[in-house]
Design a protein around this ligand. Structure first.
Ligand code: ZN
Length: 239
């Protein structure tokens, strides 16, 4: 004959599985978000680097315009030199040309530096593009895995819910009411096995007096642990 407590132990096994799967189901949405975050962060890095390339190209363009202007000034002042009559003005213009040539040389150096910088950043864009591709693939694979698992969990939960419905039809409604109340409250173990070797409750480790242990072994209605209020039971030794 199956004792009432044995039915409750079976019910608890189903309920624990339901709790665990419900938790896993809830967490899966977070896992997808987390995977998406890694991918999004990579996208932000990429967009930052691309913006830097554009900024550098604009800087280079600006320097090239300045260089063209400086070169045209040098030409203009060289032509002027041929027409001046005053010695003093001649030397002043020579000085201006000297300064402009210095400026020209500085600008050429800067433009070369910009070319170098753009090459480096472009190499980074290329490597980042590869990384992004991998991350995107990883994200989609992970998302698919999580979604597949989610479907599995839903199926399992449905079959567990049916199993539970069948199970509770065999249990005395008043006992079931007590069980459900503790189950809702404890969000986990509703029944606690007595560790007969140490005379203790496995739910809270409190000592259980011998008299209570014998009461539990003969009980036809639930007997509770005085400390954690779980329903106590003794596991029958396999014959
Ligand atoms: Zn206890």
């Amino acid at each position: 004959m199956i004792s009432k407590l044995e039915l409750l132990v079976k019910l608890q096994a189903i309920d624990l599985k339901i709790l665990q799967l419900t938790k896993e189901k809830k967490e899966s949405a977070g896992l997808i978000e987390e995977a998406k975050k890694v991918f999004s962060e990579e996208k932000i890095i990429m967009s930052t680097i691309k913006k830097l390339v554009i900024k550098k190209q604009l800087e280079k363009k600006q320097l090239e315009l300045e260089l063209a202007e400086t070169e045209s000034n040098i030409d203009k002042h060289n032509t002027e030199l041929n027409t001046v009559k005053s010695n003093q003005l001649y030397h002043t213009i020579l000085e201006i040309i000297k300064n402009e040539k210095q400026k020209q040389s500085d600008l050429e150096d800067k433009i070369l530096q910009e070319f170098d910088d753009i090459d480096h950043i472009q190499a980074e864009v290329d490597s980042e593009t590869e990384k992004l591709k991998t991350k995107e693939q990883e994200y989609h694979t992970k998302k698919m895995d999580i979604e597949t698992r989610y479907q599995e969990i839903e199926h399992e939960l449905l079959s567990l819910s049916n199993e539970r419905e069948n199970q509770v039809t065999n249990i005395d409604p008043s006992v079931l009411k007590v069980y459900d109340k503790i189950h809702t409250h404890k969000k986990g173990l509703t029944l606690a096995k007595i560790n007969t070797e140490f005379s203790s409750c496995t739910g809270c480790n409190m000592h259980i007096p011998p008299q209570k242990i014998s009461e539990v072994s003969l009980a036809t209605t639930p007997i509770f642990c005085e400390n954690c209020n779980r329903i106590l039971y003794i596991e029958e030794k396999a014959e």
